[in-house]
Design a protein around this ligand. Structure first.
Ligand code: DGP
Length: 111
């Protein structure tokens, strides 16, 4: 089982922000902004490249939950949502996840 599958299963503790039957949001262990939340599907999807017609409903649901997760995290003045996919993007955990970042003025650059 991968690291984020273990977090989703509760085998590894996390600082949860939101959870329902199919997704989990928790604080990043190495925050890059005052608010840095990771949002994951509970099912194992390795990366953006692993999204298919068979599993995309959970990704749609995840996106539908983003506004309320952001609001709950106090991101009232905007935020950034990022997903690193593959080596060039420095993806380090092979389980689809979205970085929800904010709580300060973020940089204009994306790279
Ligand atoms: P990425 O580099 O895009 O694959 O992002 C992986 C993120 O996961 C990185 O910002 C650090 C975070 N992370 C790694 N291990 C753990 C962990 O055990 N717990 C938590 N909460 N976050 C973790």
């Amino acid at each position: 089982m991968c690291l984020f599958c273990k977090i989703a299963a509760g085998e590894i503790p996390s600082n949860k922000v939101y959870e329902d039957e199919t997704i989990l949001a928790f604080r990043d262990i190495n925050p890059q902004a005052p608010v840095h939340v990771l949002v994951i599907p509970k099912i194992h999807i390795p990366s953006l490249d692993g999204i298919t017609p068979e599993n995309s409903a959970v990704v749609t649901h995840l996106f539908e939950c983003i506004p309320s997760i952001a609001k709950e995290a106090g991101l009232v003045n905007g935020y950034r949502l990022v997903s690193n996919c593959g080596p060039d993007a420095c993806q380090s955990v092979p389980h689809l996840h979205f970085h929800l970042l904010g709580g300060k003025q973020l940089s204009e650059t994306m790279n």
